[in-house]
Unconditional design. Structure first.
Lengths: 63, 712
């Protein structure tokens, strides 16, 4: 395949690069997911309404 | 608690909004001009500064960094102050940011039209402007972080997370990709060469799309969509997952721009895998945006702002589904270098960025001027015109892409190419180019409706430059409280949040970048590959200056359809002295990498090249290449030869010691030989003209390795 060569293959331990990164991502993403799904609903609503001013009237999803 | 009075600076929002509109008109006009030149190449009027190769980067830079860039800052300055309940920390920094950014754009336009370009797509600006960009970007980021630190709101809303990620990532991308060594006041060579340069450039190029065209606009979506719909975002929880997954995954996907090129299989597969994974967060964001309108869809019928937002978010969803599909190797083998990619990026640019910007402008101006939008009808007309424009633009280009790929790859029963003449393929897709011009013009006309509507709105209203507001001061927050999750904690600790965002983007970046630093010793050396002669180096610089890479690639992929058409496939080791690489990303004309191989299918004598540069249509009536008569009039900058050679030596190109002093004489001698050959064929030309250097470069291309079939 010529240009689609084993260009980096001679770098020692190169295969661990993506593996370590993927593990990091899965761990990190897992923690974020746990945090998100255990977040109190009231807190999520509070954060979700941050773009609105205190005195600004907006519709809630129940409306 | 006592309320504190403060002011929102609307003036900076207005300044950036006007700049958005102004540069939008200019950028789209540039697009219409180059689309015209695709069907009528004489539209450059034989003037160097009106030629496609120079205007195409003006168009891309104007729409990305001027139109979208100013659009980002418009929405950012409006939303940031309100989300933090504070004015901007530094008034002068906002003004330096504004005027600095406009100066960069103006300098970019002037320098690109004058032919000062680095030759790297979407990073064409030369070193003095690169330094200015870095300075202005730091001022913008510094002021943002300072403003965040003096906020009156405990937690940072998700839009601000996207702004922070944008700031840090764009800074990293720009600095790493712009490391270059100047050889004159306005010109430089990048420190990277060939494969290394390609990897860094497409790591930058892909993530410029991610962190300039996507993440800041997602921040704007998270603010303006709820405001326009008057409902909170559908799921704040989804936005948290969306943010972290997106910024982590996006940075990995760069290698999908180099499939079947100089990358190992594992890196290509990694780029593809992460591109596919990106569908999840991208669609998470799209769904979050669209479902914000759940229960309020009836209003979409009435309100043009919501119409623009809905189509913008839908276009985002389409583009972020298509992107991963295009990164699959079997699809990429068909789509790469064709108009399919152009259609794909314009769905994102016209739909996602364009429509979100229009919606935001229609929403902002009535509020800043305390009035109603002058005409909802005109805004609706703009919406429908823009939507039709997108269809007229993209559908023909998808068709053109499939047509090109099919014709490139078609063999007859005896194994020969059915369409060996590239012009047959160009001619076949000309109707699609006409339709693209029509679509682009419609979109441009729509922009004038916006200009008129906003002008009348501004006239009818009264602008409030400093808008008064009140909020209690933020209570001092201590360390992490018991029971408080780490994420909740960092949501109120912007510096830690920024560091975590940097870590998230750097993991993928490091995996791709570290090997690029190690790569030099890992490229198979080819003994026959020699540095360019001084004249070829001048010719190469002219090739870059005229933007030839915008239409021609220098990368023959290992497909039979390409080796039959162009010659031996490209080897990584052939590009080791290419500062910068010139592989290109689109073949409006044929690949040129084996142009100089005498036994190759593309070889042409010097006289053919001369005549072709002077008048391509005289050789091929259907050619859409512009004429380059000024190349036979302009002089080679021979005085710069020693400086160029010294910089190349510094970058590791093995010219002999002291060669910088002899290089000019060598260049003149080679030029004289080519000119004598041309004169012998009846062409009246002197050796000092630029066309001579360009011919020398063309005849050198791909000759170090040659043709494996003939062994020559």
């Amino acid at each position: 395949m010529g240009i689609v060569s084993r260009l980096f293959d001679s770098i020692e331990g190169i295969y661990w690069f993506p593996v370590v990164a993927l593990v990091l991502f899965i761990v990190f993403f897992g923690l974020i997911a746990v945090h998100t799904f255990t977040m109190k609903k009231s807190k999520a609503i509070e954060c979700g309404t941050l773009p609105f001013e205190n005195d600004e009237k907006y519709e809630t999803r129940e409306v | 608690m006592e309320l504190q009075k403060f002011y929102y600076d609307n003036k900076i929002v207005k300044m950036f909004a006007y700049a958005t509109i102004f540069w939008g008109v200019i950028g789209m006009l540039a697009g219409v001009l180059i689309a015209t030149q695709m069907v009528w190449p004489a539209a450059n009027f034989n003037l160097s500064y009106l030629t496609f190769g120079r205007w195409r980067p003006v168009h891309t830079n104007a729409v990305i960094f001027a139109f979208v860039g100013n659009g980002i800052f418009t929405g950012y300055y409006y939303s940031l102050q309100r989300l933090l309940k504070t004015g901007m920390a530094s008034h002068w920094m906002t003004r330096v940011h504004f005027w600095g950014w406009q100066s960069i754009i103006a300098l970019a336009a002037i320098s690109l039209l004058a032919g000062f370009t680095s030759g790297k797509e979407y990073a064409e600006l030369e070193w003095p402007i690169d330094i200015l960009i870095a300075l202005i970007w730091v001022i913008f980021g510094w002021n943002m972080m300072w403003t965040i630190l003096k906020r009156r709101v405990k937690h940072l809303y998700v839009a601000i997370w996207f702004y922070i990620a944008t700031f840090v990532t764009v800074a990293v991308l720009h600095i790493v990709n712009s490391i270059e060594i100047p050889w004159s006041l306005f010109k430089s060579y990048p420190v990277y060469a060939g494969v290394q340069d390609a990897l860094v450039q497409w790591w930058y190029g892909h993530n410029a799309v991610a962190f300039f065209l996507t993440t800041p606009y997602l921040g704007l979506m998270y603010y303006f969509m709820p405001k326009a719909a008057n409902r909170p975002i559908y799921s704040y929880k989804l936005s948290i997952l969306h943010f972290w997954a997106l910024i982590f995954l996006y940075i990995w996907a760069g290698p999908h721009h180099l499939l079947y090129q100089a990358l190992p299989n594992w890196a290509q597969s990694l780029g593809t895998a992460f591109s596919i994974m990106l569908i999840a967060p991208s669609w998470g964001g799209m769904i979050n945006g669209l479902l914000t309108l759940r229960g309020a869809w009836d209003r979409v019928r009435e309100e043009p702002v919501l119409k623009f937002f809905v189509v913008a978010v839908t276009a985002y969803g389409m583009a972020t589904f298509e992107g991963p599909m295009l990164s699959l190797k079997n699809i990429n083998a068909i789509s790469h270098f064709t108009n399919w990619t152009v259609a794909h990026v314009h769905i994102g640019a016209l739909g996602w960025n364009g429509f979100l910007t229009f919606g935001m402008i229609y929403w902002l101006f009535p509020r800043m001027f305390g009035t109603k939008l002058y005409s909802n009808k005109l805004a609706n007309l703009h919406f429908w015109l823009g939507t039709l424009a997108m269809l007229f633009y993209s559908i023909p280009l998808y068709w053109a892409g499939w047509t090109e790929a099919s014709m490139w790859k078609q063999f007859n029963e005896v194994g020969d190419l059915v369409y060996p003449n590239y012009l047959e393929i160009v001619t076949q897709i000309m109707p699609m180019y006409y339709m693209r011009l029509f679509g682009g013009t419609l979109y441009f006309i729509g922009m004038f409706l916006l200009v008129y509507n906003i002008y009348k709105t501004v006239k009818a209203g009264s602008f409030v430059a400093m808008e008064a507001a009140e909020a209690p001061a933020l209570e001092k927050e201590g360390p992490r409280k018991s029971g408080e999750s780490y994420h909740r904690f960092i949501e109120r600790r912007p510096i830690q949040f920024m560091i975590l965002a940097i870590v998230a983007i750097l993991i993928g970046g490091m995996v791709e970048i570290i090997p690029t630093y190690l790569i030099k010793s890992n490229i198979p050396t080819i003994a026959t590959v020699k540095p360019y002669t001084p004249l070829e180096l001048h010719g190469r610089d002219i090739y870059i200056k005229e933007g030839c890479y915008n239409c021609h690639s220098q990368m023959i992929r290992p497909f039979r359809s390409e080796t039959e058409r162009y010659g031996e496939y490209s080897k990584a080791g052939e590009y080791v002295y290419d500062h910068p690489f010139q592989w290109g990303s689109k073949r409006i004309g044929p690949d040129l990498w084996r142009e100089g191989v005498k036994s190759g299918p593309l070889y042409k004598p010097d006289s053919w090249h001369y005549n072709h540069f002077m008048d391509p249509q005289k050789i091929n009536a259907q050619s859409i290449m512009p004429k380059y008569p000024w190349l036979a009039e302009s002089e080679i900058d021979i005085e710069s030869t020693p400086a160029k050679i010294r910089v190349m030596q510094y970058l590791g190109v093995p010219y002999p010691e002291g060669y910088d002093l002899k290089a000019s004489d060598d260049a003149k001698a080679q030029a004289e030989k080519i000119a004598a050959g041309l004169r012998a064929e009846g062409i009246d030309i002197t050796a000092s003209k630029q066309v001579i250097a360009l011919i020398a470069y063309m005849q050198r291309l791909g000759t170090d390795v040659g043709d494996s079939k003939t062994g020559k």
